[in-house]
Design a protein. Sequence first.
Length: 260
Amino acid sequence: MMKETTLILFFHRERMTYRITIVGGGIIGLTTACTILKEYASVDTLKLTIIADAFSPETTGDVSGGFWEPYGLDLSDQRIMEWARYSYNIFLDEYFSSKAARAGIMELSAYILKGQQVNSNDDTSSNPSFLSIVRHYRVLKSPEIDMFNHLGSITGFVMSSIVAEVRRYLPELQRFLQQDSRVKFIKRKICSLNELKNEADVVINCTGLGAKDLVDDLTIRPARGQVRMRSIDNVFLLYCYCLRLGHACSCSMDQIDVLF
């Protein structure tokens, strides 16, 4: 899920340019760059540099599943809800735009199913609070819930959500950024943020899993499993089943079935 970036720049009359460097060229880095350009659209003296050792199609994001759902999060934290709403609204706007097909963005109905034996601290009840964000939802009741009797005793709901095929979405973000003369892409391996201390006024770490090595953050670890893609006929539905130890999803996009 994208998070809204709040960045305050203190402008000084004597300074001619304001240098922001983003380290990381994946989904985190490029969406952060787009947010900064949106917030500071009128600042001509902004110089935004995106540095990464790899860009699409060689990033982790290119093989990730881009399904919008606040999962495994404490939704009592209002910041999480605001980030979720911000991301959903951006994706929804892009879905209704002319670039939706190029960016691999589609709206679909998602069946979110939960075994009643699952005991977790996140807000995955029959009626989680994030449902107020989406365009449409309904709690599953009989006879519709009976279609899933083979899974045992479950609860669930259907919601209107957004899926982004990230391998298409990343190149579209990069094309958008390259149209802005204030933005520069540099392919370069950064081993320490100290390398940038004389090159930028603000450095934003968007390396994701790479932060484990870049800033010695040993708490960084993958939170989900693998992605498997196989060709099938189009079925514009997504099913998620919350297991005791995980979260299984299946969806279809452009004749590609994505499991994550």
